[in-house]
Structure formats: C-alpha cells, structure tokens
Design a binder for this molecule. Sequence first.
Ligand SMILES: NC(=O)c1ccc[n+]([C@@H]2O[C@H](COP(=O)([O-])OP(=O)(O)OC[C@H]3O[C@@H](n4cnc5c(N)ncnc54)[C@H](O)[C@@H]3O)[C@@H](O)[C@H]2O)c1
Length: 355
Amino acid sequence: MFRPTIIRQAVRVARSPTSSTATRSLPSLSSRAIHSTCILRDKVDEDHDQLKEGQFARTDPNVEREHNEEDLPSSSPAQGRGGLHFKRTLASFSLEGRVGVVTGGARGLGLVMSQALVISGADVAIVDMNKEEADKSAKQLVESFMAENPGADRIPKVTAHYADVSSQESVDASIAEILSMHGKIDNLVTSAGFTENFEAINYPIDRVRKLWGVNVDGTWLFANAVARHLMGRKAPGSLVFIGSMSGAVVNVPQPQAPYNASKAAVRHMASSLAVEWAHAGIRVNCISPGYMLTALTAKIMVENPALNKQWTSLIPQGKMGQPEDLMGAVTFLSSDASAYVTGADLRVDGGYTTT
Ligand SMILES: NC(=O)c1ccc[n+]([C@@H]2O[C@H](COP(=O)([O-])OP(=O)(O)OC[C@H]3O[C@@H](n4cnc5c(N)ncnc54)[C@H](O)[C@@H]3O)[C@@H](O)[C@H]2O)c1
C-alpha cells in the first residue's frame, strides 16, 4: 500500500538539491549564543551523497535566526498596480467609502496589502511599532496613488499610528487616535508579526512569550477592539488575519515551533470569532501566505542559496510569491465580493500545502 507521506518524501528527495545537505558545525547546543543573522550552511556534509531517511522532511537545528527589529529592511509600495483602468470587474470588489486598519503596515506584506486597500478605494490607517517607517510608507502610498492617478477627484487619506500590538493599552490608544482622524473603522488586516528560528529545546521562554504576544495577543487585541467599535456602530465589517502556511504544515528545515503554533492559533481564532460575531455582520477570515519575497526574505535568500533552493524545490509553482500576490486575496476578503465567506483560511502559497 502506498502511503502519501512516503510518496511526498520520495518526491522531495528527488527534487531537493544535493547542496541542501550542507551543514555547519556549531558549538554545543547549550552554549550556542543567540545572534541576529541566519546561519549559512557553509560546510558541505561529507555524507551528502548518502541520503538519510527523512532528511528533507526534518527541521535542522543549524538554521538559527533571532528576530531583530533593528535589522528589518525598508520596503516600498508596488509600482504600476494602482492606476485607473477600464477593464470590467465586479463592483462588489470596491472598498470605496471604507476605512481599513492594517497592523504591521509600515513594510513588507502589510504595506502591499495597505496599498491594495487604497487602490480599491479605501482610506487606510497604518499601525506599526516603527512609527517613523509607518509615516514614510503612508506618505509613499499617497504619492504613488497620485502619480498613477493624475487628476483623481479624490485623494485617499492614509495615516500612520504607533502601537505595540501586544499591549492592550497601546492598542486602545491607537484605536482612539484612528477614530479621531478617520471617524470609523470598517476593515482590519492584522499583519504585525514575526518569525525566528531556534530549536525548541533551546528556545528562550522570554522570546517565545514575545513572539506569541505579537502574533497571537496582537491579533486578538486588535480584532476585539475593532469588533467592539463595529458592534457599537451596529455596522458590518470584515477582519482579515494574516496567518501563514506554517499554521497548517511544519515547513522545513527551519525550526520554529512557537511560530508555527502561533499561526495555527491565528487561523483557528479567525474561525472561532467568525462564528461568535456572525450575528453582528462581522466576518473574520484568515490569509495563510507561503514563502513570500519581501525585502527581509530576499536578504535571507541571498545570504543562504542552499535554503533558497530547498524552499523553492518544495513549492509546486516553483517560485516564492511576490507580496503583490496578496493584493487580490486581501481585497476579496475585505470587500462585499466575499459577503458569504467567513471563518475561511485562504492559502496563498503556490500550492506548497497541497503536496
Ligand atoms: N514574508 C513571508 O514570507 C511570510 C509568510 C507567511 C506569513 N507571513 C506573515 O505575514 C506578516 C507580515 O510579515 P512580513 O514578512 O511583511 O514582515 P515584516 O517584518 O516585513 O513586517 C512586519 C511589520 O510588523 C511590525 N511589527 C512587529 N512587531 C510589532 C508590534 N509588536 N506592534 C506593531 N507592529 C509590529 C514591524 O515593525 C514590521 O513593520 C507576519 O505576520 C508574518 O508572520 C509572512
């Protein structure tokens, strides 16, 4: 009898580059220092010709990376996506008249999803703990809209707000500030989050708590704050949580159990709140991206070509996603085009989780 796991493993072995067996010898686990760069596999494993059972379906403790806010590169809005067009499309995809809040919107996926909401007609409040970057991105979004829509009769309002999403006090303060500037909130996209790589037995508990604080508590706090506002207004709304394919599969080789667990929590939080808030006309869905080429992951790929090859060899579409690949998904789930969709998880992963 053929078992799917065996087939998948065989296919992965067949596809995987031999260079992905490269490893680096490291100090003993207990004494290994936490550092901020992704460890490169710079010493080719002498056994690389002899494939080991399970080799390409396991995490590798040598892949280690601590998340460091100071290291994050800036990103820019996508170019050439937001101009007037005359192709027919459904009016229900429009977000005209809506106000959207995007946490983690200063850069990366959050910035491009903010842009998707702006292009679709919404005003947007970018929330980020990096206020300076959020200010810059808000300005760039308006500038790029104006460049691509000369003579537009209405310029979208895009504002930037500080919040540490893991703090109730900070979330409440930013919601109050957003309401004072925009008057209402209709949509939420929770993109603030981070990942890092440590094998579980050496993962410092304070870092696990920090990660869950941002990825899980941050989603919870913003979702509840926006839902309370919508219920108070007796208005419908749509919340989109950014999970990850890591909430459904254990992607390899990077060890990241707390991140994977946090994204599984985000996915099921969306389903649970969808049921709880359906009576109020509030829809809650999740987008689970696969490997996306942001400025940060692009840097990791350049530094670590072996990891790049291993990742792309496991993606049926054979390439990492562009941040712009999330524009349609977030617009669909935020708009009336998805009026009867709630509690869903939309995977945007090039097919990764189907194999
Ligand atoms: N990039 C990928 O390949 C990928 C894949 C799947 C899921 N995701 C998820 O998508 C989301 C965005 O990822 P990204 O790659 O754009 O990351 P990113 O690091 O480029 O952007 C994340 C933003 O969140 C902000 N942030 C972090 N902690 C915060 C806090 N406590 N309060 C407020 N803001 C905070 C950061 O300042 C940053 O601007 C994350 O939740 C991530 O887990 C990313």
